[in-house]
Write a protein that binds this ligand. Structure first.
Ligand SMILES: [Fe+2]
Ligand SMILES: [Fe+2]
Length: 405
């Protein structure tokens, strides 16, 4: 926000906070765009200063150049002439410029450099431990909560009644609360408030609600990862961003259930969480390697460990008996064209790349992985659809993060 004198106001500026007259009378609400009529009225009532949203137009040429250089560094691996990449670059540039206008300082490049990781100890030293043995170690040690498997059963059972779903989900208070927050958010946009799981099942659909419940109960499994290993807040923010974008992109195709894409997006990097748990030293090394050499994180994992997070998610999701269609979206999000039926993983692939572009303005640390042109072509959409997806994401992200954490 920025404080402007009355003579500095121009048409189109947006009010950053509610405006009151000197006698306390409310004048205008935050968020309105100032027109000629508003400015005239403000002059008449004698308001001296008003708080408007910071404008990118106020940034100096030099700052804009710095922003462009900063953003460009993240696009080293994508084809600069490929239309969706040009669109993603524009999106990242706009969001970063807005963040700077709002007072965000461009991070110093030194912030992307090494920190001390010597104290960390891996359960498996480099060269030992294949994805399979690592996952086996994890799944033998701790099991999923019972509720996950009960929902899994319902998902498999075509004849499960809405009542039964409501009954099973209803036994877990925290899961029910999260689901209700989600279905009451603008994500669904139902006009009336939904106050029970059975009502949610009726409105969202039995399969759809069970899919959401399954994904959310899986997330709970990771709630105890120590924060010193990884910034869990950024991890889940990236995952939720990918989930929202994947859901919106799935909506551009016919016949796809958006809930499945939200959940696949939410869990797409789940293999990384097992890496952080089992190989904290090597995964931190991979993160630092990616930052220092400006290479995508997935490439750094392969260089440091010899495998990447989707190699881990394959045996992991299999042992959880995660629904196959969802698992494929997760497991192939970095190489969708290697999957025989690539449209679904391709949607997660595009959503993930776009999530990385969006995160540049939030202090994201990693360069974008390359966007597979064949995967993009499969979606058959115009690059401007990316802009629309991001607009939708901006409306929903804070509400959905609040619903989950
Ligand atoms: Fe990934
Ligand atoms: Fe990702």
């Amino acid at each position: 926000m920025s404080i402007k004198r009355l003579d500095e106001l121009t048409i189109g500026m947006v009010l950053a906070s509610d405006l009151k007259a000197e006698d306390g009378r409310p004048l205008f609400m935050a968020g309105i765009e100032l027109g000629e009529r508003h400015i005239e009225l403000l002059k008449r009532v004698g308001v001296k200063e008003i708080d408007v949203e910071a404008s990118v137009l106020d940034l100096s040429e030099e700052t804009l150049r710095e922003i462009e250089d900063y953003v460009r560094d993240f696009f080293l691996y994508v084809d600069p002439d490929f239309p969706p990449c040009i669109e993603m670059f524009k999106i990242a540039l706009d969001l970063t410029a807005q963040a700077v206008a709002d007072g965000w300082d461009l991070p110093d490049p030194s912030q992307r450099r090494a920190e001390n990781v010597e104290h960390m100890e891996d359960l498996f030293t480099k060269g030992m431990g294949s994805p399979d043995t690592i996952v086996k170690h994890e799944t033998e040690l701790s099991s999923f909560p019972d509720i996950y498997f009960r929902i899994r059963e319902i998902l498999e059972d075509e004849s499960a009644s809405a009542d039964r779903i409501a009954q099973v989900v209803g036994t877990d208070m925290s899961l029910s609360a999260k689901l209700l927050k989600l279905v009451n958010s603008p994500f669904y946009g139902f006009p009336q408030s939904i106050d029970s799981i059975s009502r949610a099942v009726a409105l969202v659909g039995a399969k759809e609600l069970s899919t959401l419940a399954l994904g959310i109960s899986a997330i709970n499994y990771f709630k105890d990862i120590p924060p010193e290993l990884v910034d869990m807040k950024s991890f889940w923010r990236h995952s939720i961003t990918c989930g929202i974008l994947a859901k919106v992109l799935a909506g551009t195709q016919t016949g796809l259930s958006p809930e499945r894409f939200f959940i696949a997006g939410l869990l797409h990097d789940v293999g990384q969480l097992i890496m952080y748990k089992k190989l904290p030293y090597a995964s931190t090394e991979a993160m630092l390697f990616a930052r220092e050499n400006s290479i995508p994180l997935v490439e750094a994992e392969r260089s440091v460990m010899g495998f990447c997070h989707t190699d881990i998610s394959k045996p992991l999701l299999e042992s959880w008996k995660f629904p196959e269609g969802l698992s494929n979206m997760v497991n192939y999000h970095h190489n969708p064209m290697e999957f025989p039926n690539p449209l679904e993983p391709a949607i997660i692939h595009v959503a993930d790349t776009l999530s990385n572009a969006v995160e540049i303005s939030q202090g994201g640390m990693y360069v974008l992985p390359n966007l597979d042109p064949d995967a993009w072509e499969l979606l058959g959409i115009d690059p401007s659809a990316l802009d629309e997806a991001v607009a939708e994401y901006r409306k929903q992200i804070d509400i959905i993060i609040n619903a989950f954490f």
